[in-house]
Design a protein around this ligand. Structure first.
Ligand code: FAD
Length: 544
């Protein structure tokens, strides 16, 4: 008998995207980690990729974001509580990431840097996790990066670092010394300024056992962290502090949450406005040296912004390609329509470039302590990579969404969440212009070392036809004025990406990147260029 409802059944839809190995199915990632010293970890990376690519994790990510955290400022009797409740799925992501040591892989037990390729090993996992759930990665990033700043106060670090590096996530609201593990956040931004932290007005007064801080922070994410790195004005100038949620005597510290931000994206994560009501804190580093202390942390958080944006782009590409291979229009899969193939291949080239660039940059972090050239590379290319990758991500996400058509514009699809998430990495930890100013600062303060990085990039791209003019242009005296900084920084990032691709990707890919991004002016949109070898590029991006 004919099914009377047949006409209402969904046809011509792609099957759910899930239960995939985010590592094994990602040729560019596999090549990038192998080229940067991580050839031997294939099995554990695949195990991580299968876990994070499981349908279960993708579903939990949806739940964590559709049930945003809730502020509980008071209890029933009106006493202050200042706690934030998160959905269980958020806690699960925290526990998974901490068990996998995404917050700790690059540190030895004493807080010193772990040997290479620790940064690459962490970044490969962080990149996969970012494809699934980025909100919880905010405290994971801050906890990881804070270790760098804690080095300024070795006695305090010796107590705190072992708790930070624990594999146990402990979400209880208890003093950190009574917990199995602890997480860290940071508070720099105030109402009157985020970039210009010297305009901070939070005041810090010395007390018998530390400092007492009074003031506000306009954005303080992951407010249930156990302690925060904050900047405040001490008598000797802008200073970095470690502010715990509990005072040393075990009483609740004076952090009063005013409200949680109602954010465009990043919804599984809480971002609080907070008043410090004579809150207790320990000093990190000397008074007046606050920026120097915290900048070590900021360099690492900026690196994570670039890795996370690369991960968002990768997931969007995989979703677009998967859908286009199953969805038919005009008697052919969309992925076989010539124009769609160009669009997808052009996007795949972009993802090849961002993953190659971030993994090569992580190798520089790995080698920085023993190799001054790699240290200079990390210094110059971190803000350049953050600028370029994080600003490309929202544009990329928009195009990926269009590849899925209307199916991606509904909230049941993961694309809206990825799309809303994309701009934040460009804004926090220093917005685009600020990254460009930081690149200019690298030339101003370490000019020879920075220029040596450009010479090395020119040398590394010598065999890629089409980079010569750009390399030559970058070897001339560079425009030092701020008005041209975006032009300069974008080109440095493009040359660095070409160099990274030259080292890790097949020549077809590296040449295609140079051809479409450097030798010829790319059009305003993805797919407005000639892409050779599109089907090979797409097979490598996601095997059929
Ligand atoms: C979701 C979210 C969570 C956050 N969480 C935290 C947190 O946990 N802790 C924390 O401390 N902060 C946090 N922030 C704040 C964030 O770091 C700041 O928003 C960011 O640093 C930019 O500062 P601002 O918003 O004050 O912008 P501004 O500093 O006012 O900058 C605005 C614009 O001006 C540009 N600009 C600034 N100076 C110059 C210049 N000299 N020349 C040209 N252009 C310039 C910037 O590039 C930017 O585009 C968070 C922000 C968001 C969105």
């Amino acid at each position: 008998m004919r099914d009377p409802y047949e006409q209402y059944r969904a046809l011509n839809q792609s099957p759910p995207f899930g239960d995939i190995d985010l590592f094994a199915s990602d040729g560019p990632l596999r090549d990038a980690v192998a080229a940067n010293g991580l050839g031997k970890e294939t099995n554990s990376l695949s195990a991580f990729g299968r876990r994070w690519g499981s349908a279960e994790m993708l579903e939990l990510a949806r739940q964590a974001n559709e049930n945003p955290p809730r502020l509980m400022p008071f209890d029933a009797k009106g006493y202050r509580r200042d706690v934030v409740e998160f959905h269980p799925a958020y806690h699960l992501f925290m526990a998974e990431s901490i068990a996998a040591r995404l917050h700790a892989l690059t540190w030895r037990a004493d807080g010193a840097a772990a040997p290479a390729p620790a940064q690459v090993a962490r970044a490969a996992r962080f990149y996969m996790a970012a494809q699934v759930e980025t909100g919880h990665l905010c405290p994971i990033t801050m906890t990881h990066a804070a270790v760098a700043a804690l080095a300024a106060e070795p006695i305090l670090a010796a107590e705190v670092v072992p708790k930070i590096l624990s594999r146990d996530y402990d979400s209880r609201f208890e003093p950190w010394w009574e917990k199995k593990g602890m997480t860290l956040g940071m508070g720099m931004t105030e109402k009157q300024g985020g970039t210009d932290v010297r305009s901070n007005s939070t005041a810090a007064l010395p007390t018998d056992d530390g400092y007492s801080l009074r003031g506000h922070k306009w954005f303080m994410s992951a407010p249930m962290c156990d302690a925060f790195l904050v900047l405040a004005q001490a008598p000797g100038g802008l200073t970095c502090f470690l502010m715990p949620r509990f005072r040393p005597d075990g009483s609740v510290n004076g952090l009063q949450f005013q409200r949680l931000k109602d954010k465009l994206g990043n919804r599984s994560n809480a971002s609080a406005e907070v008043e410090f009501a004579d809150a207790f804190a320990w000093r990190l580093g000397e008074e007046g040296r606050g920026i120097n202390t915290i900048i070590k942390m900021v360099q690492l958080t900026r690196l994570d912004c670039a890795i996370a944006s690369a991960g968002l782009m990768r997931m969007a590409l995989a979703q677009a390609l998967h859908h286009a291979r199953h969805r038919h229009a005009f008697q052919k899969p969309l992925a076989d329509q010539p124009m769609m193939q160009t669009v997808l291949a052009d996007m795949a080239i972009e993802v090849e470039a961002v993953v190659a660039l971030v993994m090569r940059l992580c190798l520089s972090f790995d080698l920085a302590a023993s190799d001054p050239q790699e240290a200079a590379r990390a210094r110059l290319l971190t803000p350049a990579a953050k600028f370029w990758i994080c600003k490309r991500a929202p544009v990329f996400l928009c195009e990926a969404m269009e590849c899925l058509g209307g199916n991606a514009y509904v909230e049941e699809s993961p694309l809206p969440r990825l799309y809303r998430e994309a701009p934040v990495n460009a804004i926090w930890e220093g917005a685009g212009n600020v990254m460009c100013l930081d690149v200019l600062r690298a030339f101003a303060t370490g000019g020879d070392a920075a220029r040596a990085v450009l010479s090395a990039l020119a040398e590394e791209t010598r065999d890629l036809s089409g980079t010569r003019d750009l390399a030559a242009r970058l070897s001339e005296p560079l425009p030092a004025d701020e008005g041209n900084a975006r032009w300069l920084v974008e080109r440095i990032a493009l040359l660095a990406a070409a160099a990274a691709l030259g080292q890790s990707a097949p020549s077809l890919i590296a040449e295609a990147f140079v051809h479409t991004r450097i030798a010829n002016a790319q059009g305003s949109f993805f797919g407005t260029c000639v892409v050779e070898g599109a089907s090979k590029i797409l097979q490598r991006a996601l095997p059929r």
